[in-house]
Design a protein around this ligand. Sequence first.
Ligand code: HEC
Length: 128
Amino acid sequence: MKPSHTMVLFATLLALGCTPSLDDQVSVSRGADFFAENCAACHGTNARGDIGPDLTLLSRNNGGTFPEVETLATIYGPAYHQSRGTIMPEFGADDLGPLVVVEVEEGVGTPIPADLIALSEYLQTLQR
Ligand code: HEC
């Protein structure tokens, strides 16, 4: 049997130990693309707000520290959205890429989808 493309790709990924482009998948530029596609319509192309609030002020509104966990949770969905009526969509139900274990606090690893990490990296570059 001739191996399918998918099989070959999968074997390649395994050979590399993980996805070939994990760094790319969590990169600022990937986050910027994701933002342009999914968020800019409401938060503005430069994230300075439109229908949705200005996302370049997240750190300033949090005493100077980027509220990473809160931001990820907001984008991901349920708890945040259940607690308030909002038009902000829930992205957690979509395919957000492979899970990457991130150390959110010292010694505490949490699996977070790659697209969310990329978004967070991107948003952090925009804080003013
Ligand atoms: C349909 C419009 C819409 C889209 C699309 C949207 N948002 Fe929002 N977002 C909102 C609105 C409106 C709020 C204001 C809070 C509320 O309604 O509860 C909000 C709130 C937020 C907040 C909390 C801001 C704060 O100051 O607490 C973050 C973070 C956020 N959005 C990020 C994103 C990201 C990242 C994306 C893309 C993945 C996105 N949003 C897509 C409308 C949207």
